[in-house]
Design a protein around this ligand. Structure first.
Ligand SMILES: *[C@@H]1O[C@H](CO)[C@@H](O)[C@H](O)[C@H]1NC(C)=O
Ligand SMILES: *[C@@H]1O[C@H](CO)[C@@H](O)[C@H](O)[C@H]1NC(C)=O
Length: 328
Protein backbone atom coordinates (compact mmCIF):
# COMPACT_ATOMS: atom_id res chain seq x y z
CA UNK A 1 0.00 0.00 0.00
CA UNK A 2 1.13 3.48 -0.80
CA UNK A 3 2.34 4.99 2.47
CA UNK A 4 1.17 8.48 1.54
CA UNK A 5 -2.35 7.23 1.08
CA UNK A 6 -2.14 5.47 4.42
CA UNK A 7 -1.09 8.63 6.16
CA UNK A 8 -3.95 10.50 4.52
CA UNK A 9 -6.40 7.88 5.61
CA UNK A 10 -5.10 8.05 9.12
CA UNK A 11 -5.43 11.79 9.17
CA UNK A 12 -8.96 11.47 7.95
CA UNK A 13 -9.80 8.94 10.60
CA UNK A 14 -8.15 11.10 13.20
CA UNK A 15 -10.20 14.08 12.14
CA UNK A 16 -13.31 12.04 12.40
CA UNK A 17 -12.47 10.96 15.89
CA UNK A 18 -11.61 14.46 16.92
CA UNK A 19 -8.05 13.44 17.67
CA UNK A 20 -6.79 16.72 16.37
CA UNK A 21 -8.00 18.18 19.61
CA UNK A 22 -5.58 15.94 21.42
CA UNK A 23 -2.70 17.18 19.34
CA UNK A 24 -3.33 20.82 20.10
CA UNK A 25 -4.24 20.41 23.73
CA UNK A 26 -0.59 19.58 24.18
CA UNK A 27 1.55 19.85 27.22
CA UNK A 28 1.29 21.98 30.30
CA UNK A 29 -2.13 23.40 29.76
CA UNK A 30 -3.79 24.20 33.02
CA UNK A 31 -6.15 21.42 33.96
CA UNK A 32 -9.71 22.36 33.13
CA UNK A 33 -11.47 23.52 36.28
CA UNK A 34 -14.04 21.14 37.63
CA UNK A 35 -16.84 23.49 36.90
CA UNK A 36 -19.64 22.16 38.91
CA UNK A 37 -20.02 19.58 41.63
CA UNK A 38 -23.27 18.44 40.12
CA UNK A 39 -21.54 17.84 36.82
CA UNK A 40 -22.90 14.88 34.98
CA UNK A 41 -21.06 11.84 36.25
CA UNK A 42 -20.47 10.65 32.74
CA UNK A 43 -18.38 13.77 32.18
CA UNK A 44 -16.70 13.91 35.53
CA UNK A 45 -14.39 10.92 35.18
CA UNK A 46 -13.19 11.67 31.65
CA UNK A 47 -12.39 15.22 32.75
CA UNK A 48 -10.33 14.02 35.66
CA UNK A 49 -8.57 11.49 33.46
CA UNK A 50 -7.66 14.12 30.87
CA UNK A 51 -6.36 16.33 33.66
CA UNK A 52 -4.03 13.57 34.83
CA UNK A 53 -2.87 12.80 31.29
CA UNK A 54 -2.09 16.49 30.79
CA UNK A 55 0.11 16.42 33.88
CA UNK A 56 1.79 13.23 32.75
CA UNK A 57 2.54 14.57 29.32
CA UNK A 58 4.39 17.46 30.94
CA UNK A 59 6.97 15.40 32.76
CA UNK A 60 9.96 14.89 30.57
CA UNK A 61 10.65 11.34 31.62
CA UNK A 62 8.19 8.76 32.77
CA UNK A 63 9.54 6.51 35.43
CA UNK A 64 8.69 2.88 35.85
CA UNK A 65 5.60 3.50 37.91
CA UNK A 66 4.07 5.96 35.43
CA UNK A 67 4.76 3.67 32.49
CA UNK A 68 3.29 0.74 34.35
CA UNK A 69 0.15 2.76 35.06
CA UNK A 70 -0.24 3.62 31.38
CA UNK A 71 0.18 -0.01 30.35
CA UNK A 72 -2.39 -1.15 32.88
CA UNK A 73 -4.85 1.59 31.94
CA UNK A 74 -4.58 0.70 28.25
CA UNK A 75 -5.07 -2.93 29.08
CA UNK A 76 -8.26 -2.18 31.03
CA UNK A 77 -9.75 -0.21 28.15
CA UNK A 78 -8.92 -2.90 25.60
CA UNK A 79 -10.36 -5.56 27.85
CA UNK A 80 -13.61 -3.64 28.18
CA UNK A 81 -13.81 -3.07 24.44
CA UNK A 82 -13.27 -6.77 23.82
CA UNK A 83 -16.23 -7.83 25.96
CA UNK A 84 -18.73 -4.99 26.01
CA UNK A 85 -19.84 -3.30 22.79
CA UNK A 86 -19.29 0.42 23.39
CA UNK A 87 -21.79 3.14 22.62
CA UNK A 88 -20.70 5.67 20.03
CA UNK A 89 -19.74 8.08 22.76
CA UNK A 90 -17.72 5.45 24.59
CA UNK A 91 -15.98 4.27 21.46
CA UNK A 92 -14.81 7.78 20.69
CA UNK A 93 -13.71 8.43 24.22
CA UNK A 94 -11.87 5.13 24.64
CA UNK A 95 -9.97 5.38 21.37
CA UNK A 96 -9.11 8.96 22.10
CA UNK A 97 -7.71 7.99 25.49
CA UNK A 98 -5.77 5.08 24.03
CA UNK A 99 -4.29 7.36 21.43
CA UNK A 100 -3.34 9.94 24.02
CA UNK A 101 -1.66 7.36 26.26
CA UNK A 102 0.27 5.81 23.38
CA UNK A 103 1.49 9.27 22.53
CA UNK A 104 2.69 9.97 26.06
CA UNK A 105 4.46 6.63 26.24
CA UNK A 106 6.17 7.04 22.90
CA UNK A 107 7.42 10.52 23.70
CA UNK A 108 9.04 9.67 26.97
CA UNK A 109 10.39 6.19 27.14
CA UNK A 110 11.69 5.01 30.47
CA UNK A 111 15.29 6.01 30.74
CA UNK A 112 17.89 3.63 32.12
CA UNK A 113 18.61 6.11 34.88
CA UNK A 114 15.12 5.88 36.31
CA UNK A 115 14.40 2.18 35.88
CA UNK A 116 16.34 -0.83 37.04
CA UNK A 117 17.06 -3.72 34.71
CA UNK A 118 14.26 -5.76 36.20
CA UNK A 119 11.80 -2.92 35.88
CA UNK A 120 12.62 -2.53 32.22
CA UNK A 121 12.15 -6.25 31.62
CA UNK A 122 8.77 -6.06 33.31
CA UNK A 123 7.70 -3.03 31.33
CA UNK A 124 8.56 -4.71 28.06
CA UNK A 125 5.98 -7.43 28.61
CA UNK A 126 3.49 -6.50 31.29
CA UNK A 127 -0.07 -6.25 29.98
CA UNK A 128 1.22 -6.52 26.41
CA UNK A 129 2.42 -10.04 25.78
CA UNK A 130 0.55 -13.29 26.45
CA UNK A 131 -2.28 -11.62 28.26
CA UNK A 132 -5.65 -13.20 28.80
CA UNK A 133 -8.57 -10.82 28.73
CA UNK A 134 -11.41 -11.56 31.12
CA UNK A 135 -14.89 -10.05 31.12
CA UNK A 136 -14.81 -7.09 33.51
CA UNK A 137 -17.62 -6.49 35.97
CA UNK A 138 -18.44 -4.97 39.33
CA UNK A 139 -19.11 -7.42 42.12
CA UNK A 140 -21.33 -6.33 44.97
CA UNK A 141 -21.19 -7.49 48.55
CA UNK A 142 -18.40 -10.02 48.00
CA UNK A 143 -16.06 -8.64 50.60
CA UNK A 144 -16.42 -8.53 54.34
CA UNK A 145 -16.65 -4.83 55.10
CA UNK A 146 -17.18 -5.43 58.83
CA UNK A 147 -13.93 -7.09 59.81
CA UNK A 148 -12.32 -5.99 63.05
CA UNK A 149 -10.24 -2.87 62.45
CA UNK A 150 -9.98 -0.92 65.73
CA UNK A 151 -7.14 -3.03 67.08
CA UNK A 152 -5.46 -2.93 63.71
CA UNK A 153 -5.78 0.88 63.68
CA UNK A 154 -4.07 1.08 67.07
CA UNK A 155 -0.93 -0.63 65.72
CA UNK A 156 -1.20 0.30 62.06
CA UNK A 157 1.75 2.66 61.98
CA UNK A 158 3.96 -0.16 63.25
CA UNK A 159 2.75 -2.98 61.02
CA UNK A 160 2.22 -1.09 57.78
CA UNK A 161 5.73 -1.88 56.59
CA UNK A 162 5.60 -5.53 57.55
CA UNK A 163 5.03 -8.61 55.47
CA UNK A 164 5.79 -9.98 52.04
CA UNK A 165 6.38 -9.55 49.19
CA UNK A 166 8.76 -6.66 49.79
CA UNK A 167 9.77 -4.56 46.83
CA UNK A 168 12.57 -6.81 45.70
CA UNK A 169 10.51 -9.97 45.92
CA UNK A 170 7.64 -8.27 44.17
CA UNK A 171 9.75 -7.19 41.20
CA UNK A 172 11.33 -10.62 40.86
CA UNK A 173 7.99 -12.37 41.02
CA UNK A 174 6.42 -9.94 38.58
CA UNK A 175 9.19 -10.60 36.10
CA UNK A 176 8.64 -14.33 36.45
CA UNK A 177 4.96 -13.87 35.73
CA UNK A 178 5.30 -11.68 32.67
CA UNK A 179 8.06 -13.87 31.27
CA UNK A 180 6.31 -17.20 31.83
CA UNK A 181 7.37 -19.73 29.25
CA UNK A 182 4.31 -20.74 27.27
CA UNK A 183 5.72 -24.16 26.52
CA UNK A 184 5.33 -25.35 30.09
CA UNK A 185 3.72 -22.44 31.97
CA UNK A 186 5.88 -23.10 35.02
CA UNK A 187 7.03 -20.33 37.32
CA UNK A 188 10.78 -20.82 37.67
CA UNK A 189 10.80 -20.38 41.44
CA UNK A 190 8.47 -21.82 43.99
CA UNK A 191 8.71 -18.64 46.02
CA UNK A 192 6.61 -16.54 43.67
CA UNK A 193 3.59 -18.81 43.81
CA UNK A 194 3.98 -19.10 47.56
CA UNK A 195 3.95 -15.32 47.94
CA UNK A 196 0.70 -15.09 45.99
CA UNK A 197 -1.11 -17.78 47.89
CA UNK A 198 0.24 -17.12 51.37
CA UNK A 199 -2.23 -16.12 54.04
CA UNK A 200 0.52 -14.93 56.36
CA UNK A 201 -0.13 -11.45 57.77
CA UNK A 202 1.06 -8.73 55.46
CA UNK A 203 0.16 -5.08 55.25
CA UNK A 204 0.42 -1.85 53.33
CA UNK A 205 2.20 -1.96 50.01
CA UNK A 206 3.29 -5.54 50.66
CA UNK A 207 -0.35 -6.60 50.64
CA UNK A 208 -1.28 -4.53 47.60
CA UNK A 209 1.65 -5.98 45.69
CA UNK A 210 0.53 -9.48 46.58
CA UNK A 211 -2.87 -8.67 45.08
CA UNK A 212 -1.39 -7.01 42.00
CA UNK A 213 0.80 -10.04 41.31
CA UNK A 214 -2.25 -12.24 41.60
CA UNK A 215 -4.12 -10.06 39.11
CA UNK A 216 -1.24 -10.25 36.66
CA UNK A 217 -1.03 -14.00 36.92
CA UNK A 218 -4.80 -14.36 36.54
CA UNK A 219 -4.61 -12.37 33.30
CA UNK A 220 -1.76 -14.35 31.82
CA UNK A 221 -2.52 -16.98 29.20
CA UNK A 222 -0.83 -19.51 31.47
CA UNK A 223 -3.30 -18.90 34.29
CA UNK A 224 -5.65 -21.81 33.51
CA UNK A 225 -2.70 -24.21 33.39
CA UNK A 226 -1.69 -23.25 36.91
CA UNK A 227 -5.05 -23.17 38.68
CA UNK A 228 -8.77 -23.22 37.97
CA UNK A 229 -10.33 -19.73 37.77
CA UNK A 230 -12.12 -20.10 41.10
CA UNK A 231 -8.80 -20.28 42.92
CA UNK A 232 -7.77 -16.83 41.66
CA UNK A 233 -11.14 -15.46 42.72
CA UNK A 234 -10.97 -16.98 46.17
CA UNK A 235 -7.47 -15.70 46.73
CA UNK A 236 -8.38 -12.24 45.52
CA UNK A 237 -11.35 -12.20 47.81
CA UNK A 238 -9.40 -13.29 50.85
CA UNK A 239 -6.55 -10.81 50.23
CA UNK A 240 -8.92 -7.95 49.47
CA UNK A 241 -10.90 -8.66 52.64
CA UNK A 242 -7.70 -7.83 54.47
CA UNK A 243 -7.18 -4.76 52.31
CA UNK A 244 -10.65 -3.48 53.18
CA UNK A 245 -9.90 -4.02 56.84
CA UNK A 246 -6.76 -1.95 56.44
CA UNK A 247 -8.73 0.75 54.65
CA UNK A 248 -11.21 0.86 57.51
CA UNK A 249 -8.32 1.24 59.92
CA UNK A 250 -6.85 4.05 57.83
CA UNK A 251 -10.24 5.77 57.67
CA UNK A 252 -10.67 5.49 61.42
CA UNK A 253 -7.30 7.23 61.76
CA UNK A 254 -8.71 10.12 59.76
CA UNK A 255 -7.28 9.23 56.34
CA UNK A 256 -4.41 11.63 56.89
CA UNK A 257 -2.19 12.71 54.03
CA UNK A 258 0.45 10.24 55.12
CA UNK A 259 -1.80 7.34 54.09
CA UNK A 260 -3.43 8.73 50.98
CA UNK A 261 -1.08 7.16 48.49
CA UNK A 262 -1.48 3.77 50.14
CA UNK A 263 -5.25 4.14 50.43
CA UNK A 264 -5.48 4.89 46.73
CA UNK A 265 -3.21 1.98 45.87
CA UNK A 266 -5.48 -0.31 47.89
CA UNK A 267 -8.61 1.00 46.19
CA UNK A 268 -7.01 0.81 42.77
CA UNK A 269 -5.66 -2.71 43.01
CA UNK A 270 -8.65 -4.37 44.67
CA UNK A 271 -10.78 -2.26 42.32
CA UNK A 272 -9.20 -4.14 39.41
CA UNK A 273 -11.21 -7.16 40.57
CA UNK A 274 -14.36 -5.03 40.53
CA UNK A 275 -15.10 -5.11 44.27
CA UNK A 276 -17.55 -2.33 44.90
CA UNK A 277 -16.39 -1.97 48.51
CA UNK A 278 -13.40 -0.12 47.03
CA UNK A 279 -14.59 0.77 43.54
CA UNK A 280 -17.48 3.14 44.17
CA UNK A 281 -18.53 6.76 43.77
CA UNK A 282 -17.76 7.58 47.37
CA UNK A 283 -14.10 6.78 46.72
CA UNK A 284 -14.15 8.57 43.37
CA UNK A 285 -15.32 11.73 45.13
CA UNK A 286 -13.06 11.30 48.14
CA UNK A 287 -9.98 10.85 46.00
CA UNK A 288 -11.02 13.70 43.72
CA UNK A 289 -11.17 16.01 46.71
CA UNK A 290 -7.47 15.41 47.45
CA UNK A 291 -6.58 16.74 44.04
CA UNK A 292 -8.73 19.80 44.53
CA UNK A 293 -6.95 20.46 47.85
CA UNK A 294 -3.67 20.17 45.99
CA UNK A 295 -4.70 22.73 43.44
CA UNK A 296 -5.47 25.20 46.23
CA UNK A 297 -2.07 24.78 47.83
CA UNK A 298 -0.28 27.13 45.48
CA UNK A 299 3.10 26.49 43.92
CA UNK A 300 5.54 26.68 46.81
CA UNK A 301 5.34 23.11 47.93
CA UNK A 302 4.80 21.51 44.56
CA UNK A 303 8.49 20.67 44.37
CA UNK A 304 8.42 18.99 47.77
CA UNK A 305 5.39 17.03 46.89
CA UNK A 306 6.27 16.17 43.32
CA UNK A 307 7.81 12.87 44.36
CA UNK A 308 4.76 11.53 46.10
CA UNK A 309 2.28 13.29 43.93
CA UNK A 310 3.61 11.65 40.82
CA UNK A 311 2.98 8.20 42.21
CA UNK A 312 -0.44 9.23 43.45
CA UNK A 313 -1.26 10.60 40.00
CA UNK A 314 -0.22 7.32 38.41
CA UNK A 315 -2.53 5.43 40.72
CA UNK A 316 -5.38 7.87 40.21
CA UNK A 317 -5.16 7.40 36.47
CA UNK A 318 -5.72 3.66 36.79
CA UNK A 319 -8.39 4.07 39.46
CA UNK A 320 -10.37 6.60 37.44
CA UNK A 321 -10.10 4.68 34.20
CA UNK A 322 -11.31 1.54 35.88
CA UNK A 323 -14.15 3.49 37.51
CA UNK A 324 -15.07 5.04 34.16
CA UNK A 325 -15.21 1.58 32.61
CA UNK A 326 -17.14 -0.14 35.37
CA UNK A 327 -19.32 2.38 37.20
CA UNK A 328 -22.32 3.61 35.32
C1 LIG B 1 12.95 -8.94 51.11
O1 LIG B 1 12.67 -10.18 51.68
C2 LIG B 1 13.67 -11.16 51.47
C3 LIG B 1 13.15 -12.49 51.99
O2 LIG B 1 12.72 -12.40 53.31
C4 LIG B 1 14.95 -10.70 52.15
O3 LIG B 1 15.99 -11.65 51.93
C5 LIG B 1 15.36 -9.36 51.58
O4 LIG B 1 16.48 -8.86 52.28
C6 LIG B 1 14.22 -8.36 51.68
N1 LIG B 1 14.59 -7.18 50.94
C7 LIG B 1 14.33 -5.97 51.37
C8 LIG B 1 14.73 -4.86 50.49
O5 LIG B 1 13.79 -5.76 52.44
C1 LIG C 1 8.56 7.02 40.20
O1 LIG C 1 8.70 8.35 40.57
C2 LIG C 1 7.94 8.68 41.69
C3 LIG C 1 8.06 10.18 41.85
O2 LIG C 1 9.23 10.67 41.29
C4 LIG C 1 8.43 7.91 42.91
O3 LIG C 1 7.67 8.23 44.03
C5 LIG C 1 8.28 6.45 42.62
O4 LIG C 1 8.81 5.68 43.68
C6 LIG C 1 8.99 6.11 41.34
N1 LIG C 1 8.65 4.73 41.04
C7 LIG C 1 9.51 3.86 40.56
C8 LIG C 1 9.00 2.48 40.38
O5 LIG C 1 10.66 4.14 40.31
Amino acid sequence: MNPVVTADNMLLAALKLGLVLAAISGCCMLPAPLADREMDRQQELPQRIYGLLDKMSCSRKLNASATFALLLAEFLIKQKLRYVPPTRFERQLYYHLLHRMEHIKSRSSVSPATATGIERQILESAFQRNVMLLPPSVSYGQLDANGEYEQLAAIYGKVVNEGHPNRTQSDLCMREIVELDLRNCKLPSHECLELLTSDAPTFGYQRTHQVLLLYMLQHHVCAPHLSPPQVYELLAKSHCNEVVREQNAIRSLGLSEQYRDLYLEQATICGLFGYNEVLNWRNVMEIGSWFEDDADDGDDNVADKSHDSQHINDLALVFYINAMLLLH
